[in-house]
Design a protein around this ligand. Structure first.
Ligand code: TXD
Length: 319
């Protein structure tokens, strides 16, 4: 069976890490695309030279020509600009919306059957715009945010409880912004709800509330430390888990930014919700019962995403 083809649009910090992870896991042959001359080609050559050491036969190539992504099975989009200290994700909208238009056209013309995972910020708006510009089916265009936000939440909880990260199943809903909704009532350690662990005296409400807040500002914390850009190891790792769920028809229930129409009281918005990811892409949105607080927080997050879409439409009248 011919190897799958993974196209990475954007060969920057996340793109290069995606390529390295995909090659090590031999998910398929990898094409790195970027508008910067030499960057994708240089990283592809460097990554290829990992092959003899790592023992992978995946071909890694770099290009500035969209024709080279033809027939891709999975496309992961990181093209655009990243945050610097003092910038919010929403500050990137003006520049990155134009980038999504060129990326969407490139995908439509060369790989319309791909499963597309968007990472570019502001994520909830960019994934919606990418779907509009590309014209691909809604179930084949998703956004990566919730897997990363849940991983940040799980890391902090594992540290707090002194347990293995393997046993923490964290749940984050909503947009990829300060309004995201870490849901403690659906977050467990080996099946034990976090709220019960607090009642058992293994943490406190104050400590858990502080972790919820640290999760919300998890991206900004790293931007502040790095000063030159934003997180890229965990974002790449999170997107690769989504790609594997698609390529392996794993039917995983993952928090992703997907097109929600009818459930959660939404009528056609991209926002972070639990979704089954399998060979048909986003196969089923799982509508969970939210307590009043989570419901209110989710609505705040939905309203914030809607404001971003208004801003997008004001910039590009074709949306
Ligand atoms: O959870 C999430 N979704 C977020 C997303 C987590 C972390 C980072 N988040 C966002 O991903 C971040 O705010 C950025 O918008 C993207 C990519 O972050 P990365 O750290 O990889 O940015 P880089 O290193 O600047 O790489 C971006 C590349 C760079 O090489 C540019 O030359 C290229 O994008 N670029 C383009 N490629 C193709 N087409 C166009 N038009 C283009 N413009 C820039």
């Amino acid at each position: 069976m011919a190897r799958k083809k993974i196209a990475l649009i954007g060969a920057g910090n996340i793109g290069g890490t995606l390529a390295h992870l995909a090659a090590k896991k031999e998910l398929g042959d990898i094409v790195l695309f970027d508008v910067a001359e030499g960057l994708p080609q240089g990283k592809a050559l460097d990554l290829s030279q990992c092959g003899p050491v790592e023992g992978f036969d995946a071909k890694v190539t770099g290009t500035n020509d969209y024709a080279d992504i033809a027939g891709a099975d999975v496309i992961i989009v990181t093209a655009g600009v990243a945050r610097k200290p003092g910038m919010s994700r929403d500050d990137l909208l003006g520049i990155n919306l134009k980038v999504m238009k060129s990326v969407g056209e490139g995908i439509a013309a060369n790989a319309p059957d791909a499963f597309v995972i968007c990472i570019t910020n502001p994520l909830d708006a960019m994934v919606w715009a990418l779907r509009e510009f590309s014209g691909l089916p809604h179930n084949k265009v998703v956004g990566m945010a919730g897997v990363l936000d849940s991983a940040r939440f799980a890391t902090f909880l594992a540290w707090e409880f002194g347990v293995s990260v393997k046993d923490v199943n964290a749940f984050v809903l909503g947009g990829h912004g300060d309004t995201m909704v870490p849901v403690t009532s659906y977050t467990t350690v080996s099946g034990i709800p976090v709220d019960d662990l607090v009642k058992m005296g293994r943490s406190s409400k104050e400590a858990i509330d502080a972790i919820v807040q640290r999760t919300r500002s998890g991206g900004g914390e790293i931007v502040g430390l790095l000063k030159t850009g934003s997180a890229f190891y965990a974002p790449a790792t999170s997107a690769i888990a989504m790609a594997e769920a698609y390529l392996g028809d794993q039917k995983r229930i993952l928090p992703c930014a997907v097109h929600v129409d009818g459930k959660y009281g939404l009528d056609g918005l991209y926002v972070g919700v639990p979704v089954v990811i399998g060979a048909n892409g986003a196969e089923e949105v799982i509508e969970i019962a939210l307590d009043d607080e989570a419901k209110q927080n989710f609505q705040v997050s939905v309203d914030a995403v809607k404001e971003l879409l208004v801003a997008c439409k004001a910039i590009d009248g074709s949306l």
